[in-house]
Design a protein. Structure first.
Length: 733
């Protein structure tokens, strides 16, 4: 085997070289055949044996280098991970992943730190926009296909992250998640398992947090018993940047590679300071500079000289060291990194923009549409477009997933990374211009909404007021609540009070509160919609295409209804300002819609919700066993007067089956129909949906008994149901 032959020729120092990463912020990468844009980090190769440098970039929404501020740093900005999940379209997720893979390869990277699989356990999490929702089946399938797309490009390795149970950003390096293992396997780890099985990523990135007392990077149960032994994962386990806390313990637990440790002061611990003002930022930068000059940071690498000493002392066996390196080289060989051809710098940006456009269009969720407010007529006389920067662009999420879009930032941010972090990235796709082009007879006016009286005056004189509101979100900082900042809730209320018709478009990283919902005619959720988001939204507003997005996450009515109404203890500002603390996931596997359903709690907008411009009738549900597969067949008829696409959802209710969670998504199918047309949706329900994870046996255990099969347009809009019997059985992990 090629990797084994290479490892056999390596000295100990060469093996160690493959196990320790650096950040491109503080250390210049080795020269290559093609100099990449400013990536996040790198791992040195073994030049004499033809093992290349691993050049890493962030990439959940595109090739990440938002602070580069140069044309070479620009990349196609895809819709956010949550938006991709809102399409419920695995094929499109794979296409989006391929866009990312092609552009990363063209820029000189060979490792893309993308494939975020964490479930949204709290809508206040700052990284909700990266994550694929709250259901493990939907999340695992969508991210698995996204990863498959990334790696469909030769010479590129993708990851899944953040492994695991990384549900909060505040205090992410101090938090210890407390959860029973069975519940973890039935929720977050199930999503990871599916993503790994479908996408076959080259690496899994361990998260910052601890799980049941052990950091993820030192968690033997997580990295060895589950990832390697049960799931037979053949890739390598890498750390998040600055997430390693030990040498021998981490190596023996199953961690193979330490990502750049220098970055922990700047990225992991200093990120909050950069956002809280200039003085905290200067303090962090000064401390980092001092540590760098004295060599403290460079000496702090757990997998650097410290690992060499641990091997020499017998604390880490030589065989384990070789296994760590072998896993990395084996993946490099499998994905063509050892013999990749010369890179083609040319990228078909138009083709990639079209993929981003389709993803944005299919992600838009029509939350409300009273009295057929939408679609709008093209012969309107007057339209008011209101909202911050809605004349030039739409916002994006910030942090490591941020992307400098093609065309650059739509707003002026000043120079430097700090200015960018504080102002954010706004994608240069103008809602105002896209709306104006579709209402050629109308007088279309704009107000940024900061002066509410001006917005009221425009709305009073207009047939329709379209208000664009946004929720900023970023890595490293959770939301304090779900309200919109910058007085936007008051803006919507005041405009709705005077406008003949008000439509609200939400650009968000996750669920938001809508206290004005009853006062407006229609609400669109556009998420962070990427390179062509404004065009996609305008097409739906004017009925050029049908809304087809469905919520991958519940919009709660009240924070009081969450499993943790009070957000867990937080860490803000200076390094070391907070001690370790526990976060108890007492909800177990009852995440999101399962939690609300099990307690009979009302919600604002349910999981799976999304309206269309037509109506669908469900009938003729039949559930059958075909071999070892259980299929639900449903007949759907479009009984409206427009073509439309329905996402038929199957849920299994396991009440009385001894399960931690009684309601589970069992599958879905997207079916497009013309007016009067009927079609059949055939949906396979995985065996594990009927079972409970048995930690002792290491498999899913299915108890015999009746199960209710529920079919509908959302988790709360059930149209058909039946009962089927299952027999005692087991299913593999």
């Amino acid at each position: 085997m090629r990797s084994a032959a290479l490892i056999a020729q390596m000295s100990r120092s060469e093996l160690l070289t493959l196990l320790r990463g650096y950040t491109s912020i503080l250390t210049k990468p080795p020269p290559g055949d093609y100099e990449p844009a400013n990536g996040l980090g790198f791992v040195r190769g073994v030049e004499r044996l033809g093992v290349p440098v691993l050049r890493q970039t962030d990439g959940q929404m595109g090739v990440g280098d938002p602070a580069g501020n140069t044309p070479s740093a620009e990349a196609t900005q895809l819709p956010s991970g949550l938006a991709i999940a809102a399409t419920w379209n695995p094929d499109l997720a794979e296409e989006a992943g391929a866009v990312l893979g092609r552009e990363a390869y063209a820029k000189g990277f060979n490792v893309v730190l993308a494939g975020s699989v964490n479930l949204i356990r709290d809508p206040r999490c700052g990284r909700c926009f990266e994550y694929p929702g709250e259901d493990p089946l939907l999340a695992g399938v969508v991210v698995g296909r996204f990863v498959r797309g990334v790696q469909s490009v030769g010479g590129i390795v993708a990851t899944v992250k953040h492994f695991a149970l990384n549900a909060y950003e505040n205090g992410r390096m101090q938090q210890n998640v407390v959860i029973d293992r069975a519940s973890a396997m039935e929720s977050d780890l199930l999503a990871f398992r599916l993503a790994l099985a479908i996408g076959d990523p080259g690496a899994a990135m361990a998260s910052y947090n601890a799980i049941n007392g052990d950091y993820a990077t030192e968690n033997h149960w997580l990295l060895t018993e589950v990832l390697r032994d049960r799931w037979q994962f053949q890739g390598w386990a890498m750390s998040d940047f600055g997430a390693v806390h030990s040498t021998a313990r981490a190596a023996l637990a199953g961690l193979d590679q330490e990502s750049a440790c220098e970055a922990d002061r700047i990225i992991a611990l200093g990120g909050m300071a950069l956002l809280n003002g200039a003085l905290p930022a200067l303090r962090i930068v000064a401390r980092v500079a001092l540590s760098w000059m004295t060599g403290d940071i460079r000496r702090h690498a757990w997998f650097g000289e410290a690992l060499a000493r641990a091997v020499e002392a017998g604390e880490v066996p030589e065989a384990r060291l070789r296994e760590m390196a072998r896993r990395i080289v084996r993946v490099m060989a499998k994905h063509g990194l050892l013999d990749a051809p010369k890179r083609n710098k040319t990228v078909d940006v138009d083709r990639h923009a079209e993929v981003a456009h389709r993803a944005a269009r299919e992600a838009v969720v029509l939350l409300k549409n009273d009295g057929s407010t939408l679609p709008l007529r093209r012969n309107l006389n007057s339209v008011a477009v209101i909202g911050k920067h809605a004349d030039v662009g739409l916002p994006s999420g910030m942090g490591s997933p941020a992307v400098l879009p093609i065309g650059g930032n739509a707003i002026r941010t000043g120079r430097g990374r700090l200015a960018l972090l504080r102002a954010g990235v706004w994608v240069p796709c103008s809602p105002f211009r896209n709306i104006a082009s579709r209402a050629p007879q109308a007088t279309v006016t704009f107000a940024d909404g900061t002066d509410i009286r001006e917005a009221e005056r425009l709305a009073t004189r207009s047939e329709v007021a379209i208000v664009f509101v946004h929720q900023p979100a970023r890595e490293g900082q959770d939301q304090s609540d779900l309200s919109l900042p910058l007085n936007q809730d008051a803006l919507v209320r005041r405009v709705a009070a005077v406008a003949p018709c008000t439509i609200v478009v939400i650009s968000c990283g996750g669920p938001v509160a809508t206290p004005w919902a009853d006062a407006v005619g229609a609400i669109l959720c556009g998420w962070y919609s990427g390179q062509r988001g404004a065009e996609a939204i305008a097409e739906i507003l004017f009925g050029e295409c049908e809304p087809s997005g469905r919520l991958p996450v519940t919009f709660p009515k009240s924070l009081a209804d969450l499993p943790r109404p009070q957000a867990p203890a937080t860490s803000r500002g200076r390094e070391g300002s907070s001690s370790p603390f526990d976060i108890r996931f007492d909800e177990g596997a009852e995440v999101g819609y399962r939690w609300f359903a099990s307690r009979g709690l009302p919600v604002l907008f349910p999981f799976g919700h999304g309206l269309t411009y037509t109506r669908f009738h469900y009938d003729s549900l039949a559930v059958s066993c075909e071999g070892d597969k259980r299929l639900a067949r449903i007949t759907i008829t479009n009984v409206g007067d427009r073509q439309g696409l329905e996402t038929v959802q199957v849920y299994v209710e396991n009440s009385g089956a001894g399960l931690a969670s009684s309601l589970r998504l069992g599958g879905w199918a997207r079916i497009g129909l013309k007016p009067g047309e009927a079609g059949e949706a055939a949906i396979e329900i995985p065996a594990f949906v009927f079972g409970r994870w048995n930690e002792y046996a290491g498999c899913w255990t299915i108890k015999a008994g009746p199960r209710r099969i529920l079919v509908g347009a959302s988790s709360r809009d059930i149209r058909l149901e039946c009962v089927c019997d299952v027999e005692d059985a087991t299913a593999p992990p």
